[in-house]
Design a protein around this ligand. Structure first.
Ligand code: A2P
Length: 357
Protein backbone atom coordinates (compact mmCIF):
# COMPACT_ATOMS: atom_id res chain seq x y z
CA UNK A 1 0.00 0.00 0.00
CA UNK A 2 2.64 2.54 0.98
CA UNK A 3 5.53 3.35 -1.34
CA UNK A 4 8.09 2.89 1.47
CA UNK A 5 9.83 -0.42 1.74
CA UNK A 6 11.10 -0.02 5.35
CA UNK A 7 8.64 0.04 8.30
CA UNK A 8 7.61 3.27 10.00
CA UNK A 9 9.41 3.74 13.33
CA UNK A 10 6.90 4.26 16.12
CA UNK A 11 6.89 5.05 19.85
CA UNK A 12 4.11 4.66 22.42
CA UNK A 13 3.75 7.27 25.20
CA UNK A 14 1.82 6.06 28.25
CA UNK A 15 2.63 2.49 27.23
CA UNK A 16 1.90 0.95 30.64
CA UNK A 17 -1.72 2.17 30.94
CA UNK A 18 -4.89 0.42 29.75
CA UNK A 19 -4.90 2.06 26.31
CA UNK A 20 -1.10 1.92 26.05
CA UNK A 21 -1.26 -1.86 26.46
CA UNK A 22 -3.78 -2.05 23.64
CA UNK A 23 -1.39 -0.05 21.43
CA UNK A 24 1.45 -2.41 22.29
CA UNK A 25 -0.69 -5.46 21.50
CA UNK A 26 -1.97 -4.10 18.19
CA UNK A 27 1.49 -2.92 17.09
CA UNK A 28 3.07 -6.33 17.70
CA UNK A 29 3.50 -7.88 14.26
CA UNK A 30 1.96 -4.88 12.49
CA UNK A 31 2.85 -4.98 8.78
CA UNK A 32 3.78 -1.26 8.47
CA UNK A 33 4.75 -0.08 11.97
CA UNK A 34 7.74 -1.13 14.03
CA UNK A 35 7.52 -0.49 17.79
CA UNK A 36 10.89 1.05 18.66
CA UNK A 37 10.35 2.85 21.99
CA UNK A 38 8.07 2.89 25.05
CA UNK A 39 7.59 5.71 27.55
CA UNK A 40 5.68 6.13 30.81
CA UNK A 41 6.07 8.04 34.07
CA UNK A 42 9.21 8.27 36.21
CA UNK A 43 7.70 5.46 38.29
CA UNK A 44 8.10 3.01 35.38
CA UNK A 45 11.17 4.44 33.63
CA UNK A 46 14.38 2.41 33.76
CA UNK A 47 12.54 -0.88 34.17
CA UNK A 48 11.79 -3.47 31.52
CA UNK A 49 8.28 -3.28 30.13
CA UNK A 50 7.52 -6.65 31.73
CA UNK A 51 8.44 -5.30 35.19
CA UNK A 52 6.80 -1.90 34.79
CA UNK A 53 3.40 -2.95 33.48
CA UNK A 54 0.38 -4.51 35.22
CA UNK A 55 -0.63 -6.47 32.12
CA UNK A 56 -4.42 -6.80 31.73
CA UNK A 57 -4.67 -8.04 28.13
CA UNK A 58 -5.81 -11.59 27.40
CA UNK A 59 -2.98 -12.05 24.88
CA UNK A 60 0.43 -12.46 26.58
CA UNK A 61 3.05 -9.72 26.12
CA UNK A 62 5.28 -10.33 23.14
CA UNK A 63 8.69 -11.48 24.48
CA UNK A 64 10.68 -8.88 22.51
CA UNK A 65 8.46 -6.06 23.75
CA UNK A 66 8.52 -7.40 27.33
CA UNK A 67 12.31 -7.04 27.35
CA UNK A 68 12.30 -3.43 26.04
CA UNK A 69 13.24 -0.64 28.45
CA UNK A 70 10.65 1.91 29.49
CA UNK A 71 11.86 5.50 29.05
CA UNK A 72 10.83 8.83 30.47
CA UNK A 73 9.10 11.17 28.06
CA UNK A 74 12.11 13.51 28.18
CA UNK A 75 14.46 10.76 27.03
CA UNK A 76 12.44 10.30 23.83
CA UNK A 77 11.83 13.97 23.12
CA UNK A 78 14.79 14.47 20.75
CA UNK A 79 14.39 11.22 18.84
CA UNK A 80 13.04 11.03 15.32
CA UNK A 81 10.02 8.76 15.11
CA UNK A 82 7.74 8.55 12.13
CA UNK A 83 4.65 8.12 14.30
CA UNK A 84 4.17 8.65 18.05
CA UNK A 85 1.08 7.09 19.61
CA UNK A 86 -0.03 8.81 22.79
CA UNK A 87 -2.06 7.09 25.51
CA UNK A 88 -1.23 9.74 28.11
CA UNK A 89 -3.71 11.35 30.47
CA UNK A 90 -5.01 14.63 29.04
CA UNK A 91 -3.28 16.71 31.73
CA UNK A 92 0.13 15.25 30.80
CA UNK A 93 -0.55 15.19 27.06
CA UNK A 94 -1.38 18.90 26.81
CA UNK A 95 2.23 20.18 26.86
CA UNK A 96 4.02 17.06 25.68
CA UNK A 97 2.19 16.23 22.45
CA UNK A 98 2.92 19.55 20.67
CA UNK A 99 6.63 19.01 21.41
CA UNK A 100 6.63 15.60 19.72
CA UNK A 101 4.44 16.97 16.90
CA UNK A 102 7.29 19.23 15.77
CA UNK A 103 9.30 16.18 14.64
CA UNK A 104 6.71 13.39 14.22
CA UNK A 105 3.13 12.59 13.39
CA UNK A 106 1.43 12.28 16.80
CA UNK A 107 -1.74 10.20 16.92
CA UNK A 108 -3.34 10.65 20.29
CA UNK A 109 -6.13 9.16 22.31
CA UNK A 110 -5.97 12.01 24.84
CA UNK A 111 -8.63 14.71 24.82
CA UNK A 112 -6.24 17.65 25.36
CA UNK A 113 -6.04 18.85 21.71
CA UNK A 114 -9.20 17.40 20.17
CA UNK A 115 -10.91 20.73 19.65
CA UNK A 116 -7.77 22.64 18.53
CA UNK A 117 -8.33 24.36 15.19
CA UNK A 118 -5.49 22.67 13.32
CA UNK A 119 -6.07 19.17 14.72
CA UNK A 120 -8.12 16.65 12.74
CA UNK A 121 -10.53 14.79 15.05
CA UNK A 122 -10.42 11.71 12.92
CA UNK A 123 -12.63 8.68 12.44
CA UNK A 124 -11.12 7.29 9.25
CA UNK A 125 -14.41 6.10 7.71
CA UNK A 126 -16.24 9.29 8.64
CA UNK A 127 -14.01 12.30 7.91
CA UNK A 128 -10.81 11.17 6.13
CA UNK A 129 -10.74 14.53 4.31
CA UNK A 130 -10.02 16.28 7.64
CA UNK A 131 -6.42 15.10 7.33
CA UNK A 132 -6.04 18.12 5.06
CA UNK A 133 -5.74 20.20 8.26
CA UNK A 134 -2.26 18.82 8.86
CA UNK A 135 0.55 21.02 7.62
CA UNK A 136 1.95 19.68 4.36
CA UNK A 137 5.00 17.46 4.65
CA UNK A 138 8.17 19.51 4.54
CA UNK A 139 10.53 19.16 1.60
CA UNK A 140 12.23 15.82 1.72
CA UNK A 141 9.88 14.37 4.34
CA UNK A 142 7.42 11.71 3.28
CA UNK A 143 5.19 12.16 6.34
CA UNK A 144 3.50 15.22 7.81
CA UNK A 145 4.12 16.51 11.32
CA UNK A 146 1.29 17.47 13.64
CA UNK A 147 -1.37 15.99 15.87
CA UNK A 148 -4.23 13.73 14.80
CA UNK A 149 -6.72 13.15 17.63
CA UNK A 150 -8.91 10.17 18.28
CA UNK A 151 -12.35 11.28 19.48
CA UNK A 152 -14.03 10.24 22.73
CA UNK A 153 -14.83 6.51 22.74
CA UNK A 154 -18.62 7.04 22.78
CA UNK A 155 -18.46 9.69 20.08
CA UNK A 156 -16.69 7.26 17.75
CA UNK A 157 -19.50 4.69 17.90
CA UNK A 158 -22.08 7.45 17.50
CA UNK A 159 -20.54 9.06 14.41
CA UNK A 160 -19.89 5.69 12.75
CA UNK A 161 -23.60 4.89 13.11
CA UNK A 162 -24.59 8.39 11.96
CA UNK A 163 -22.26 8.87 8.99
CA UNK A 164 -24.22 6.67 6.53
CA UNK A 165 -27.39 8.50 7.64
CA UNK A 166 -25.73 11.92 7.22
CA UNK A 167 -24.65 11.00 3.67
CA UNK A 168 -28.00 9.49 2.62
CA UNK A 169 -30.57 11.67 4.43
CA UNK A 170 -29.19 14.36 6.77
CA UNK A 171 -30.46 15.36 10.23
CA UNK A 172 -30.48 18.29 12.67
CA UNK A 173 -31.15 16.75 16.06
CA UNK A 174 -29.92 13.71 17.96
CA UNK A 175 -30.71 12.37 21.37
CA UNK A 176 -28.28 9.75 22.70
CA UNK A 177 -28.25 7.84 25.97
CA UNK A 178 -25.12 5.77 26.63
CA UNK A 179 -24.37 2.65 28.70
CA UNK A 180 -20.60 2.73 29.05
CA UNK A 181 -18.15 0.01 30.04
CA UNK A 182 -15.83 0.31 33.03
CA UNK A 183 -12.68 -0.02 30.88
CA UNK A 184 -13.44 3.49 29.60
CA UNK A 185 -12.43 4.82 33.01
CA UNK A 186 -8.84 3.50 32.64
CA UNK A 187 -6.85 1.99 35.50
CA UNK A 188 -7.73 1.69 38.35
CA UNK A 189 -11.02 3.28 37.21
CA UNK A 190 -14.21 2.94 39.24
CA UNK A 191 -14.03 0.67 42.28
CA UNK A 192 -15.88 -2.66 42.30
CA UNK A 193 -17.93 -1.42 45.27
CA UNK A 194 -19.14 1.54 43.21
CA UNK A 195 -20.08 -0.35 40.05
CA UNK A 196 -21.24 -3.87 40.99
CA UNK A 197 -25.04 -4.09 41.33
CA UNK A 198 -25.20 -0.48 40.15
CA UNK A 199 -25.54 2.04 37.33
CA UNK A 200 -23.77 5.40 37.71
CA UNK A 201 -25.66 8.00 35.65
CA UNK A 202 -22.81 10.49 35.55
CA UNK A 203 -19.44 10.38 33.79
CA UNK A 204 -17.78 13.77 34.30
CA UNK A 205 -17.14 15.60 31.02
CA UNK A 206 -18.51 12.83 28.83
CA UNK A 207 -21.79 14.40 27.76
CA UNK A 208 -20.05 17.61 26.74
CA UNK A 209 -17.53 15.65 24.63
CA UNK A 210 -20.30 13.82 22.76
CA UNK A 211 -22.17 17.07 22.17
CA UNK A 212 -19.19 19.09 20.91
CA UNK A 213 -17.07 16.50 19.09
CA UNK A 214 -19.94 15.19 16.92
CA UNK A 215 -20.33 18.53 15.15
CA UNK A 216 -16.60 18.84 14.46
CA UNK A 217 -16.29 15.31 13.07
CA UNK A 218 -19.34 15.65 10.81
CA UNK A 219 -18.22 19.15 9.76
CA UNK A 220 -16.56 20.30 6.53
CA UNK A 221 -13.06 21.52 5.77
CA UNK A 222 -13.31 25.17 4.71
CA UNK A 223 -10.27 27.38 4.15
CA UNK A 224 -7.98 25.22 6.26
CA UNK A 225 -10.33 24.93 9.20
CA UNK A 226 -13.41 22.90 10.18
CA UNK A 227 -16.88 24.33 9.83
CA UNK A 228 -18.86 22.22 12.34
CA UNK A 229 -22.04 20.48 11.20
CA UNK A 230 -25.16 22.22 12.48
CA UNK A 231 -26.48 19.41 14.61
CA UNK A 232 -27.89 19.62 18.13
CA UNK A 233 -26.84 16.67 20.28
CA UNK A 234 -28.38 15.91 23.67
CA UNK A 235 -26.41 13.22 25.52
CA UNK A 236 -26.95 11.37 28.79
CA UNK A 237 -24.08 9.09 29.84
CA UNK A 238 -24.19 6.15 32.25
CA UNK A 239 -21.46 3.86 33.58
CA UNK A 240 -22.64 0.23 33.72
CA UNK A 241 -21.05 -3.02 35.00
CA UNK A 242 -19.76 -4.17 31.59
CA UNK A 243 -16.03 -4.69 30.98
CA UNK A 244 -15.75 -3.58 27.31
CA UNK A 245 -18.28 -2.16 24.84
CA UNK A 246 -20.28 1.06 24.91
CA UNK A 247 -23.99 0.80 24.04
CA UNK A 248 -25.76 3.86 22.58
CA UNK A 249 -29.55 4.34 22.41
CA UNK A 250 -30.05 6.96 19.70
CA UNK A 251 -33.02 8.97 18.38
CA UNK A 252 -32.54 11.10 15.24
CA UNK A 253 -34.74 13.31 13.01
CA UNK A 254 -33.79 12.00 9.55
CA UNK A 255 -34.77 14.31 6.71
CA UNK A 256 -37.07 13.25 3.87
CA UNK A 257 -38.99 10.57 5.84
CA UNK A 258 -36.94 7.64 4.49
CA UNK A 259 -38.38 4.13 4.65
CA UNK A 260 -36.92 1.99 7.44
CA UNK A 261 -35.54 -0.36 4.79
CA UNK A 262 -33.58 2.50 3.21
CA UNK A 263 -32.07 3.33 6.59
CA UNK A 264 -31.04 -0.29 7.18
CA UNK A 265 -29.53 -0.41 3.70
CA UNK A 266 -27.48 2.75 4.39
CA UNK A 267 -25.72 0.91 7.24
CA UNK A 268 -25.36 -2.35 5.33
CA UNK A 269 -23.77 -0.77 2.27
CA UNK A 270 -21.50 1.68 4.10
CA UNK A 271 -17.87 1.46 2.96
CA UNK A 272 -15.27 4.22 3.09
CA UNK A 273 -11.61 5.11 2.50
CA UNK A 274 -10.10 2.51 4.90
CA UNK A 275 -11.96 -0.31 3.15
CA UNK A 276 -11.14 1.02 -0.33
CA UNK A 277 -7.45 1.37 0.58
CA UNK A 278 -7.37 -2.03 2.30
CA UNK A 279 -5.76 -0.58 5.45
CA UNK A 280 -4.46 -3.33 7.78
CA UNK A 281 -6.76 -2.44 10.72
CA UNK A 282 -9.86 -1.69 8.65
CA UNK A 283 -12.85 -3.98 9.24
CA UNK A 284 -14.55 -5.31 6.11
CA UNK A 285 -17.72 -3.56 7.29
CA UNK A 286 -17.54 -0.44 9.50
CA UNK A 287 -21.25 -0.84 10.38
CA UNK A 288 -23.42 -3.96 10.46
CA UNK A 289 -27.18 -4.03 10.89
CA UNK A 290 -27.99 -7.05 13.06
CA UNK A 291 -31.77 -6.92 12.63
CA UNK A 292 -34.91 -5.36 14.07
CA UNK A 293 -35.19 -8.13 16.67
CA UNK A 294 -31.46 -8.60 17.19
CA UNK A 295 -30.18 -5.94 19.54
CA UNK A 296 -26.42 -5.37 19.75
CA UNK A 297 -25.13 -6.67 23.09
CA UNK A 298 -21.75 -5.86 24.58
CA UNK A 299 -20.60 -9.36 25.50
CA UNK A 300 -21.85 -10.89 22.25
CA UNK A 301 -21.05 -8.33 19.55
CA UNK A 302 -18.20 -6.08 20.74
CA UNK A 303 -15.51 -8.11 18.94
CA UNK A 304 -17.16 -8.04 15.51
CA UNK A 305 -14.63 -6.96 12.88
CA UNK A 306 -11.81 -7.49 15.45
CA UNK A 307 -13.48 -4.86 17.65
CA UNK A 308 -13.56 -2.29 14.82
CA UNK A 309 -17.16 -2.74 13.59
CA UNK A 310 -20.09 -0.82 15.05
CA UNK A 311 -23.12 -3.11 15.44
CA UNK A 312 -26.56 -1.63 15.06
CA UNK A 313 -30.05 -3.02 15.63
CA UNK A 314 -33.61 -2.30 16.74
CA UNK A 315 -34.34 0.39 14.14
CA UNK A 316 -37.88 1.64 14.68
CA UNK A 317 -39.97 4.78 14.61
CA UNK A 318 -39.58 7.36 17.36
CA UNK A 319 -42.66 9.41 18.31
CA UNK A 320 -40.49 12.44 19.05
CA UNK A 321 -37.60 12.53 16.53
CA UNK A 322 -38.84 10.05 13.90
CA UNK A 323 -36.24 7.24 14.10
CA UNK A 324 -34.45 5.40 16.89
CA UNK A 325 -31.95 2.56 17.08
CA UNK A 326 -29.30 0.95 19.29
CA UNK A 327 -25.57 0.88 18.45
CA UNK A 328 -22.59 -0.81 20.10
CA UNK A 329 -18.90 -0.01 19.73
CA UNK A 330 -15.82 -1.53 21.38
CA UNK A 331 -14.48 1.33 23.47
CA UNK A 332 -10.83 0.31 23.90
CA UNK A 333 -10.39 -1.08 20.36
CA UNK A 334 -12.36 1.07 17.90
CA UNK A 335 -12.86 3.70 20.60
CA UNK A 336 -9.18 4.03 21.54
CA UNK A 337 -6.05 2.19 20.34
CA UNK A 338 -7.61 0.47 17.30
CA UNK A 339 -9.17 3.70 16.07
CA UNK A 340 -5.89 5.59 16.54
CA UNK A 341 -3.96 2.89 14.70
CA UNK A 342 -6.39 3.03 11.78
CA UNK A 343 -6.03 6.82 11.75
CA UNK A 344 -2.24 6.47 11.56
CA UNK A 345 -2.54 3.92 8.75
CA UNK A 346 -4.75 6.31 6.79
CA UNK A 347 -2.38 9.24 7.37
CA UNK A 348 0.78 7.41 6.30
CA UNK A 349 -0.98 5.75 3.38
CA UNK A 350 -2.22 9.12 2.07
CA UNK A 351 1.13 10.80 2.57
CA UNK A 352 3.25 8.04 1.13
CA UNK A 353 1.05 8.16 -1.95
CA UNK A 354 1.22 11.96 -1.98
CA UNK A 355 5.00 11.75 -1.77
CA UNK A 356 5.05 9.42 -4.78
CA UNK A 357 2.95 11.71 -6.98
P1 A2P B 1 2.80 4.87 34.71
O1 A2P B 1 2.24 3.48 34.54
O2 A2P B 1 4.29 4.85 34.85
O3 A2P B 1 2.11 5.67 35.77
P2 A2P B 1 -4.01 5.15 32.48
O4 A2P B 1 -4.82 6.20 31.77
O5 A2P B 1 -4.47 3.76 32.19
O6 A2P B 1 -3.87 5.46 33.94
O7 A2P B 1 -2.50 5.25 31.83
C1 A2P B 1 -1.75 6.43 31.91
C2 A2P B 1 -0.38 6.22 31.25
O8 A2P B 1 0.32 7.47 31.25
C3 A2P B 1 0.52 5.25 31.99
O9 A2P B 1 1.38 4.61 31.07
C4 A2P B 1 1.31 6.16 32.91
O10 A2P B 1 2.57 5.63 33.30
C5 A2P B 1 1.53 7.35 31.99
N1 A2P B 1 1.79 8.58 32.74
C6 A2P B 1 1.07 9.11 33.75
N2 A2P B 1 1.64 10.27 34.17
C7 A2P B 1 2.75 10.46 33.42
C8 A2P B 1 3.76 11.47 33.36
N3 A2P B 1 3.73 12.52 34.16
N4 A2P B 1 4.73 11.34 32.43
C9 A2P B 1 4.74 10.29 31.59
N5 A2P B 1 3.82 9.30 31.60
C10 A2P B 1 2.83 9.38 32.49
Amino acid sequence: MTTRSEPFRVAVLGATGAVGQRFVTLLTGHPWFELTALAASERSAGRTYRDAVSWIQTRPIDETVAAMSVHTIDELMDHDFDVVFSALDASVARDIEPEFARRSLVVTNASAHRMDEGVPLLVPEVNPDHLALLPAAEDGADLPRGIVANPNCSTIGLVLALKPLASAFGFDRIFVSTLQAVSGAGLPGVSSYQILDNVIPWIPGEEEKLEIETGKILGRVRAGTIEPAEVAVSAQCNRVPVVDGHTLCVSVDLKGDPRLEDVREAWRSFRAAPQELGLPSAPAQPTVYLGDDAPPQARVHRDLGRGMTTSIGRLRECPILGYRFVALSHNTLRGAAGGALLAAELAVSRCARRGGE
